[in-house]
Every structure is written in C-alpha cells, then in structure tokens.
Write a protein that binds this ligand. Structure first.
Ligand code: COA
Ligand code: ZN
Length: 310
C-alpha cells in the first residue's frame, strides 16, 4: 500500500461556490497561485455550471484560461467540474483537459442539484466520458450523496454500489465518493470503501469528505485504513453545496496534511506555505477560517517555532 497521499484540493471550487462574499477572478487566481506554491498538484479550480445556479462560478472560463496560461507547463492537474454538454463544451474551449463529472446517488439531490434524475445524470456522464476519451481529457466522476442525502436521509449502500459499478464500467480515471453534507460516520465510510475496493481499483477511488459533524478526519482515517490514498480537501476548511442544506465546510487541507505528517505519509505539500494560503483565504472571505489544527498549530508556533512541522 502506498505511503503517499494524493491530495485533491477543492478550495477554489467547493470552497468558494457557496460563499456569499463576492470573490473576484483576481482573488481566485491569487489563491490558485498560493496552492501551486504550497505544492498541491491536483486542484479543482472552478465549475462550468449555470451562472444563475452558482453565481460564484460565473467566471469559470476566465479562471481556467488564466490558470492554464500561468501554470499550464508545471505538470499540475487543473480540474473543471462539469454536469452537462454545455459545461463540457465551455470547459474544453477554455483549454481544460482534466474534468470532473457528477452523479447524485439520491434522486431528490439529483433533481435539486442539476434538475435531472440519477438515470439522466448517468446517461449524460456516459456521453461525456466517451467524448473525454476521444478528446484525451482526464476524468473523475463524483458520486454525490454516497452515504447521506440532505432530503432522503441515509442512502442504502447497495444503491451507491450499483451507481459506482455502472460508472466504473463506463471507464473513468477516478471515482470520488462524496459525503456531500458531512453526515457519514467512520464505520460506514470504511465499510463502503472496503466493499468497493473489492469491486474496482481502490487506487482510483477517492473520498470527498465534509467536516460538518467534526468527523472529517475520523472518516478520512477509516478510508485510509481501508486502502484509499486519494483525498479531497479544501484550504481553510471552506466549502458547501448551495443545493444541499446543512452542508458545512470540506475537510481542511491543513488538517489532512497534518494527519498524513503524523502518520508518516507523504503529501508533497509544504505546510508553512499552505498556511499563507489559509490566511489569504481568510482575507478573501473576510472571516476566520481554518481547520481544527489551526489553534494548536498557532499556539505551538508562537511558543516554540522550532516545533514547526515541515
Ligand atoms: N453553463 C452555462 N449555461 C448553461 C449550462 C452550463 N453548464 N447548462 C445549461 N445552460 C443554459 C442553456 O444554454 C439554456 O440557456 P437558454 O435558455 O438561454 O437556451 C439554459 O441554461 C437551460 O438549459 P438546460 O439544459 O435546461 O439546463 P438547466 O437549467 O436544467 O441546468 C445545470 C442544468 C446542471 C447546468 C444546472 O442545474 C446547474 O448549473 N446546476 C449547478 C450544480 C452545481 O454546481 N452544484 C454544486 C456542486 S455539486
Ligand atoms: Zn463537497
């Protein structure tokens, strides 16, 4: 089992999509600069969705173009989230060559999020994956509400497994299980991941966790013990879905990086540089942000900087 974690940073997309404060394109680009500097190599920078549905992502085309222009030669995967053909066409036109698609396992969530049924979303995803293969685009598919739906409650594991197997059979580079509202617990996270790990390639399975009930790190640990090595997180712990009531912030990147550090697992992230991005995010949204490690980390740094973990 690999002793390296792939961190898939979602701060510029999931982190900002639900943010009430207007965030300019320039601010987003500075944020992305900071993430690149901190060593993050997989960054979901925006979503090509309807600007009325998610106004914060209305500048998707500009953000993707400018990011690729500035950092396109560094071997970093800059991902755009896409739900339909129009989104795919916009992403491709902006130069995007790494795309994430999404299917909500729960029917109500699917309707609220994208105005389509789970079956329609699966059919669209199949078509987008085929085009992506032809266009040489790297792909990920999110299974939204893999454990719990804000409208329907617990999602039966057999439903998530069925959707996962169907998407897997379509041919995808990465499959991400989303605890969209952060209500899953470690035992069910471990169980589902173990089960899916037997059915498909666990090295291509990611978990997308939210920290709503303070179980983000516990859930990450359960997935880690079951063999997962790809984790989504958001710098400063920002995040939430405008269509999923109760969804609080994502698992914070600084918490995840620290967990990996404690366990002797590599991430390639420079912890000090990451803090600069946390503070930048704080400036952008105009309120305190930061994962659960922040208070302890700052107290230690103030008292004994030599203790600072690298
Ligand atoms: N980008 C921009 N415009 C889009 C678009 C996209 N990706 N998809 C559709 N549109 C436009 C169409 O061109 C059409 O415009 P027109 O009326 O001027 O011709 C109009 O929107 C309606 O098109 P339709 O295909 O019926 O889409 P929809 O209104 O059902 O919207 C989604 C579908 C998926 C684009 C929309 O529900 C959405 O953006 N959801 C956001 C999901 C999300 O980001 N969730 C959070 C992350 S999980
Ligand atoms: Zn999310």
């Amino acid at each position: 089992m690999s002793d390296y974690l792939k961190i898939y940073e979602v701060g510029p997309r999931d982190g900002l999509q639900n943010e009430a404060t207007a965030v300019t394109t320039e601010q987003k680009l500075r944020l992305i600069d900071g993430l690149v500097k901190a060593g993050l190599r997989h960054i979901e920078v925006t979503s090509f969705v309807h600007p009325k549905a998610v106004p914060q992502m209305a500048d998707a085309d500009a953000v993707m173009r400018a990011t690729l222009q500035k950092h396109g030669d560094k071997g970093i995967n800059f991902v755009g989230l896409v739900f339909n053909q129009k989104g795919y066409d916009r992403a491709l036109a902006a130069g995007c060559r790494h795309m994430a698609f999404g299917v909500a396992v729960s029917e109500t969530m699917s309707q609220k999020n994208t105005r389509m049924s789970t079956r329609q979303a699966l059919n669209i995803t199949r078509s987008l994956l085929e085009q992506a293969r032809r266009d040489g685009v790297w792909t990920r598919v999110y299974l939204i509400t893999a454990w719990v739906c804000p409208f329907e409650g617990p999602v039966p594991p057999h439903k998530t497994i069925a959707v996962a197997e169907e998407v897997w059979a379509m041919g995808v580079d990465e499959l991400a299980l989303g605890d969209t509202i952060g209500h899953a617990h470690p035992l069910e996270v471990g169980r589902l991941v173990e089960d899916l790990g037997r059915r498909l390639d666990i090295n291509k399975l990611a978990v997308h966790l939210h920290d709503t009930q303070a179980l983000g790190l516990a859930n990450a640990t359960a997935a880690l013990q079951a063999g997962v090595r790809i984790f989504d997180s958001s710098v400063g712990g920002l995040g939430g879905c405008p269509f999923a009531p109760g969804a609080a912030g994502n698992l914070a990147t600084e918490d995840l990086v620290f967990l990996a550090y404690k366990m002797g697992l590599g991430t390639g992230v420079d912890f000090d540089a990451l803090w600069q991005v946390v503070y930048e995010m704080e400036q952008i949204v105009g309120r305190p942000v930061g994962g659960r490690i922040r208070q302890w980390w700052e107290s230690v740094c103030r008292i004994e900087p030599a203790l600072a973990y690298k």
